[in-house]
Design a protein around this ligand. Structure first.
Ligand code: ATP
Ligand code: MG
Ligand code: MG
Length: 349
């Protein structure tokens, strides 16, 4: 069978490799860090930096198609790899989502609602942005942030200097604080033929900036549920996207506001492993390998709970329950590190 190259060897890469293996496909992981969770289950692993031209070239030549579990891949690596194998999702999706400023501009140009935002490169621009947007607001690094890292809340203008110092000189974006009632996400997929399949939206609860639980069905009116899926489909089509994408939304009385998009399988889609016949990982592999998309319909109500840091101590007790346990095989437990997750079937839908 074909070999799928996966950039990034974290838990998402691991679960993609498991799904590929189940479809009779091989996977080859490229990951700079040692002890990659995906390394245990992939057919081949290259441990090398993204500026290692020889290693990247060998990887690109050894695979039939390239995908990724991590969107912050250096442009230079993509320039080299795209000459060797097709990359799905494509460059446009990566370029758009790697930078919060590009991302929000793209979303606004599509006619979608986002938080008010402004580019912030220095103290003067932050003052001007705060004058225009007001407080509370959030200053975020434009690139590389995840799990709420690289963010500083600005409750009053007096917080501006500390918040800017937190950015450590990195280009930033100021976002107006959205007064949402709750957060939901749509995991959507688009095939090479342009067909789109979205999973039912999930409701997400974050703690300390990290996803804690996802519950399906989300609290949404039928109209909001339709809107959420249409927003995801519009984004997928605009990017001529191939693969699975996560679209994070804020629910407000003024409608759904797009927070961010992730051009990959998404933590808030892990419930699909036990709530759907075709989970997000298989769906992504199907799309990038050129298979037809699978049916994304949901056969149960599910609560997904992340196991973060010391939550690992609860695994022996969880093992006595009906929860489906997914562990990532990470050697070291660290505070704030995603170690695994459990899916609980609440009742048949
Ligand atoms: P992820 O791990 O999802 O990639 P991230 O580090 O990219 O997270 P965001 O999704 O931008 O960060 O923000 C993390 C959380 O902070 C959001 O899910 C939301 O709860 C809150 N948040 C972010 N931006 C805003 C905003 N403009 N208004 C209100 N809350 C916000
Ligand atoms: Mg993010
Ligand atoms: Mg987010």
């Amino acid at each position: 069978g074909a070999t799928i190259g996966i950039l990034g060897g974290g838990q998402l890469g691991r679960m993609l490799a498991v799904a590929a293996s189940r479809l009779g496909l091989k996977t080859h992981i490229f990951e700079p860090g040692a002890n990659a969770p995906a390394g245990d289950v992939a057919h081949r692993v290259t441990t090398a930096a993204y500026d290692d031209v020889a290693a990247l070239t060998a990887f690109g030549n050894a695979v039939d198609v390239i995908t990724y579990e991590f969107e912050n891949i250096p442009t230079s690596a993509l320039d080299l790899l795209e000459k060797l194998a097709p990359i799905h999702p494509g460059r446009q999706a990566l370029a758009t989502s790697q930078d919060r400023l590009t991302e929000k501009t793209f979303l606004q140009d599509l006619g979608l609602q986002t938080a008010p935002f402004a580019d912030v490169g220095n103290a003067e621009e932050l003052d001007a942005a705060l004058a225009a947007i007001g407080t509370p607001a959030i200053l975020k690094t434009r690139r590389m942030g995840y799990d709420g890292k690289g963010q500083a809340r600005i409750m009053t203008p007096e917080d501006a200097a500390t918040a800017l110092a937190d950015m450590a000189g990195a280009p930033a974006i100021l976002e107006g604080f959205v007064n949402f009632s709750h957060e939901v996400s749509v995991i959507g997929a688009r095939g090479p033929d342009g067909s789109v399949a979205c999973y039912d939206p999930g409701e997400n609860v974050h703690e300390a900036g990290i996803l804690r639980t996802t519950t399906v069905p989300a609290k949404l009116t039928p109209g909001q549920r339709t809107d959420a899926v249409l927003i995801a489909a519009r984004i997928l089509n605009a990017l001529d996207y191939v693969g699975v994408m996560g679209v994070e939304l804020f629910v407000t009385p003024q409608g759904l506001i797009v927070n961010e998009i992730a051009p990959r399988v998404h933590n808030s889609g892990h419930w699909t492993q036990n709530g759907c016949t075709i989970c997000q990982f298989e769906q992504h592999i199907r799309a990038v390998a050129g298979w037809p998309l699978g049916d994304g319909s949901r056969h149960a109500d599910v609560v997904m709970e992340n196991l973060i840091g010391d939550d690992m101590d609860r695994v022996p007790e969880l093992a006595k329950t009906d929860a489906a346990i997914h562990l990532y095989g990470k050697a070291e437990v660290k505070a704030g590190r995603k170690m695994g997750h459990v899916n609980r079937i609440v009742k048949p839908a």
